[in-house]
Each structure stands twice: as C-alpha cells, then as structure tokens.
Design a binder for this molecule. Structure first.
Ligand SMILES: NC(=O)c1ccc[n+]([C@@H]2O[C@H](COP(=O)([O-])OP(=O)(O)OC[C@H]3O[C@@H](n4cnc5c(N)ncnc54)[C@H](O)[C@@H]3O)[C@@H](O)[C@H]2O)c1
Length: 258
C-alpha cells in the first residue's frame, strides 16, 4: 500500500469494519465502503473524510453477486485502481444443533461469509493483476480453526474462508498480490453481546456467565478490541508485510495458538 491507495472494505458500515476503514484512512487510503447498512456507511464515510481521505459508500449486498460486481465496477471507474480488498463483512448465522438448522439459514450464512468474499475477489483480481499489486485480507475467526458447538454454518463458512485464503494466495503471489486471513477471538461490542445472549438462551445460562467464560478462555483474560484487528489489517497492507501471504493470524488474546 502506498500513498493515495484505494481500499474496498466490506461491512464497513459498523463494528470492526468501520475501525478497519479508519485504520486504512489513517494510512492515506481512500475507502470504498461496501455494506447494506446505508446509515452506518454514511457515518463511516464522514469519519473517513475527517481523516482527510475519500469515503465512498456503495450499497452492496454480499449475498447478491450482481451488486458485488457493480460495486467493483463503480469503484474502479472512480478510483482507477483497487490496491486493497478487506472481506470483513460476516453474519453469525443460526445458533442451533445441526439437526435443527434450516437450509435457508445455512445458505444465507455461506452466501455472506464465503460466496461474498469469493465473488469480491473474482471481481477485483483482474484489476489487481493488471496493476501488478494487491493486498487482500479476509476476516475469518478463531471459529475457522476450532469447533464451536451449535454454530455449524458459521464455523464451516470461516473454515472455508481460511481454505480459500491459502488457495488464492498460492494462485496470485506471482502478481505481487498477497492474501491473508485474520482470525479474531471474541471482539468486544454489540455483535458479540448478541452472540452471548443467544448462547445463554441455548444453554440456559446468563449472558454475563457466557461473557465471563469467553474472557476466562484466553491467557490474557480479556476480549479483543476492534483496534487490535484493524491494526493488523493496516500492517498486512503495509510494505512491512510484503512477504507475508497465505497466513491465518489470530488476534485472540492468546485464546487460540495455532
Ligand atoms: N465480533 C466478534 O467477536 C468477531 C469474532 C470473530 C470474527 N468476527 C468476524 O469479524 C467480521 C466483522 O464482525 P463485526 O463484529 O464487526 O460484525 P457486525 O455485525 O458488527 O458488522 C458486520 C457488518 O457487515 C454488514 N453486513 C451484514 N450482512 C451484509 C451483507 N449481506 N452485505 C453487506 N454487508 C453486510 C453489516 O451491515 C455490518 O455493518 C465478521 O466477518 C465476523 O464474522 C467477529
């Protein structure tokens, strides 16, 4: 990533994605924010502009390949090059034993968490190859590395995303395109609070107890902050990381060590 780069960040309308937008903007990147949350995207765009960079919200539904393609086309038309793609958006999917998971919920989770990143990469790669440069970061999860009972669709999608990351990295390294995955542990914020509440319901405990267990599950005894994940995205897109590709790097307060 050099001065005046352009990044597409999916799910940049809130949560970790917004923090990633701000991290990349602080590194002189213009940001295309691709999300379904129009109000959230506008807020992120304002924050990016306050950093002195262009923040361009483009309504994109990752479960609709046609909108992915039109977003990439619009981004290329406006900014000419796409230097960075961060496939951050993801949904939690259902919390239920496998035999109770509806096919529609399974498909919806795969669409956003796995097919969306694939389709984004497929659209962006010809441009990155033409430029001879690209940095792709896929936000997976520690649940992409170890099982999480009652979350088969989510875990399977994130395990698939790590496999996709490695395979794509092997394909495109010769074009100076790096592809890495970040595997966050539980990141503090409203989304994880909702997950804790659903887990609490499914296991007949309080959400405080589930949160306490999540914290105790790491050597540092704490949850991860959004800035921790965003900072690693910034590093992976910097020239200090030119020879890092095909990796899945945990940001989990030590919760997962492989
Ligand atoms: N929060 C955590 O504890 C945690 C832990 C591990 C991994 N992750 C991963 O980090 C990523 C970001 O998580 P978050 O906590 O910021 O989530 P979040 O729910 O706060 O934000 C997700 C963003 O994605 C957008 N989005 C949802 N569906 C979309 C769709 N169909 N098309 C386009 N955008 C869509 C939402 O509007 C939202 O802005 C996800 O991939 C998630 O799986 C999160």
């Amino acid at each position: 990533m050099t001065h005046d780069s352009t990044a597409i960040v999916t799910g940049g309308g809130g949560g970790i994605g917004r923090q990633i937008c701000l991290e990349l903007a602080s590194r002189d990147c213009d940001i295309v924010i691709a999300d379904i949350d129009d109000a959230g995207m506008d807020e992120t765009a304002e924050l990016v502009e306050a950093e002195g960079q262009v923040g361009r919200p483009l309504h994109t539904d990752l479960s609709d390949v046609a909108t992915i393609e039109s977003t990439v086309d619009a981004a290329v038309e406006e900014f000419e090059t796409i230097d960075v793609l961060v496939n951050n958006a993801g949904i939690a999917g259902p919390t239920a034993p496998c035999e109770d998971v509806e096919t529609d919920d399974w498909d919806a989770t795969m669409a956003v968490n796995l097919t969306g990143p694939f389709a984004m990469c497929r659209s962006v790669l010809p441009h990155m190859k033409a430029d001879g440069y690209g940095r792709i970061v896929n936000v997976a999860s520690v649940t992409g590395k170890r099982p999480l009972a009652n979350r088969t669709p989510y875990a399977t999608s994130k395990m698939g995303l790590i496999g996709f990351t490695r395979t794509l990295a092997a394909e495109v390294g010769a074009h100076d395109i790096n592809v890495n995955a970040i595997c966050p542990g539980s990141v503090d914020g409203p989304r994880i609070q909702r997950v804790f509440e659903r887990q609490a319901e499914a296991t007949d405990r309080t959400s405080e107890a589930v949160r306490g267990d999540a914290q105790a599950d790491s050597p540092r005894g704490e949850l991860v902050q959004r800035e921790d994940v965003a900072g690693l995205v910034g590093f992976l897109c910097s020239d200090r990381a030119d020879r890092i590709t095909g990796q899945d790097i945990n940001v989990s307060a030590g919760k997962v060590m492989y």
